[in-house]
Write a protein of this length. Structure first.
Length: 471
């Protein structure tokens, strides 16, 4: 069994206790702004006082208590909640978990990435629950599944729970990798349908029925390791309809809107317990011309997606946004990437509050080390910008609900790196930034009850501590 997760959990409880004590003893007067150096010292002190986990009953007991409370994530207004406590998210992406789990020689990497993630307090992972018609396919042809690969997905779900990590499972791909909508169209053509575009995926009734059959197969899967049906498993945070849907054949957005309307209700009707999100990148479309100024470029309005309208569909519980200044604005790194990141996030947080009344998760963000002008301190600045912007929302009870790094890799998987991989052991400064943010998020989650805007009586001295931003 892993010990990191327990140590991290214990650390949070310890820190919270220290805060409460300090708060009590100072009779709510501020003890001043604590900077990150002081914070680090404090965390180190906590570490030093931690008994080694193998000899500590306390740590095991804590873990047992948590075991009983492994409940479904829900939504209240613009926050996520678990058992009525807020659940702000610091998470990550690792898309290839199922494929790695399908092969005994690489299965260990799945465990390793969860272990590494949990050691820096990451609590949500987004990954693919699709692989259509390709090498190591889950779905070999419409409705036909490879049982060994499904068992690999069972392993991913079961292993995530071991490390107290919840999963956002994406059900299809817009892009060709792992099959995507193009594979569905190939299947349709092979069965004699007259299809002319990959976007027929969204509109042709037969292809819609293929997609629905896949949804049904995954949601009703009984995990062969845990015996829990996926649709009843609290390890699953949410279903994602599709990774980055775009429908360029219809810039009006109607075609994609119709597909989302059909599918969101379909998923919800089969599984009312889990949250559902679309998987959009977040571009503003024709329904909100005044928001187009926030798009990274003018092409973004032409891809058939419409952030606000799409998310008003019945059955969609929270909004998703991706952030890629380097692929949308310029590959060469500039300061404008940081400014874009902040204004893109703030615009979507505002939409989620004003028009949608739901949480928003920044479900992919990152920067490629292959970009001209890249260095690791730029990446750290980008990550800090995302975290700071979210904390600024959290502080006032806003809709910014969390973020997921693209992407976390364990050691020895460099050959899979597209430039965006973060390997914690090779990036101590990034590791520290992630860890500090996890600690802040975990403290907020454990201290604050629902609707506790950060203006309530718990304000001092935690606020200075959590939101002081000389990062
Ligand atoms: C296939 O569909 C296209 C576009 O909908 C149409 O123009 C064409 O006539 C159809 N071909 C056949 C053989 O039905
Ligand atoms: C799952 O069910 C099987 C068959 O009923 C049983 O042998 C096994 O112990 C169960 N496993 C768990 C983890 O409950
Ligand atoms: C890192 O890159 C940024 C953006 O290109 C640049 O402004 C900064 O000077 C670089 N820092 C170092 C230490 O090279
Ligand atoms: C916090 O968010 C508000 C509302 O979006 C914004 O006006 C303000 O500039 C932000 N503050 C910081 C420090 O980012």
């Amino acid at each position: 069994m892993d010990t990191n997760k327990r140590v991290f959990g214990f650390k949070i409880i310890f820190l919270v206790s220290v805060f409460i004590l300090l708060n009590e003893s100072s009779k709510c007067s501020s003890f001043g702004v604590m900077d990150d150096e002081q914070f680090k010292t404090m965390v180190e002190e906590v570490d030093n006082h931690l008994p080694s986990s193998s000899s500590s009953q306390g740590v095991y007991e804590l873990n047992d208590v948590e075991e009983d409370e492994w409940l479904m994530v829900a939504k209240k207004g613009n926050q996520f909640v678990i058992n009525d406590q807020p659940f702000y998210v610091n998470g990550f992406n690792t898309y290839w978990l199922m494929v790695f789990a399908a092969d005994q020689s690489t299965r260990g990497k799945v465990t390793e990435v969860f272990q590494k993630a949990s050691s820096v307090g990451l609590s949500v992972c987004r990954t693919w629950a699709f692989n259509d018609g390709q090498w190591r396919a889950l779905q070999k042809s419409p409705g036909v599944y490879d049982e060994d690969v499904f068992k690999a997905l069972d392993f991913v779900v079961s292993e995530a729970k071991q490390y107290k990590i919840r999963l956002i499972l994406s059900l299809a791909n817009n892009w060709d990798a792992y099959g995507g909508k193009a594979q569905y169209v190939k299947w349709g053509k092979a069965s004699g349908l007259n299809l002319t575009s990959d976007d027929d995926f969204f509109s042709h009734p037969t292809l819609r029925s293929y997609y629905k059959a896949h949804v049904k197969a995954v949601l009703n899967r009984v995990n062969t390791i845990t015996n829990i049906t996926y649709k009843d498993d609290p390890t699953i945070f949410a279903w994602e309809l599709m990774n980055e849907p775009r429908c360029t054949s219809d810039p009006s957005g109607d075609k994609l809107q119709s597909w989302i309307t059909d599918m969101a209700v379909y998923v919800k009707s089969m599984d009312a317990k889990h949250l559902v999100e679309i998987g959009l990148e977040g571009f503003y479309g024709p329904s909100a011309p005044d928001r187009a100024q926030f798009n990274p470029n003018s092409y973004a309005t032409q891809v058939g997606t419409d952030f606000i309208r799409n998310h008003q569909v019945l059955g969609v519980d929270f909004a998703s946004v991706h952030i890629y200044a380097d692929s949308w604005i310029s590959q060469t790194i500039t300061d404008s990437h940081i400014q874009f990141t902040k204004s893109w996030m703030e615009a979507h947080i505002e939409d989620a509050e004003k028009y949608l009344g739901m949480p928003v998760v920044f479900a992919e963000f990152g920067v490629s080390s292959k970009d001209p002008g890249y260095n690791s301190s730029f990446r750290d600045t980008l990550i800090n910008t995302v975290y700071k912007t979210l904390l600024n929302s959290t502080k006032r009870g806003g809709s910014g609900a969390g973020s997921l790094l693209w992407q976390l890799f364990p050691d020895g998987t460099d050959y899979m790196d597209d430039g965006y991989a973060i390997v914690l052991s090779k990036s101590p400064s990034t590791s520290n930034i992630i860890s500090l943010h996890s600690t802040r998020v975990a403290i907020v989650n454990s201290m604050c009850s629902w609707k506790c805007k950060w203006g309530c009586k718990k304000r001092n001295p935690l606020e200075a501590f959590l939101y002081h931003d000389d990062l």
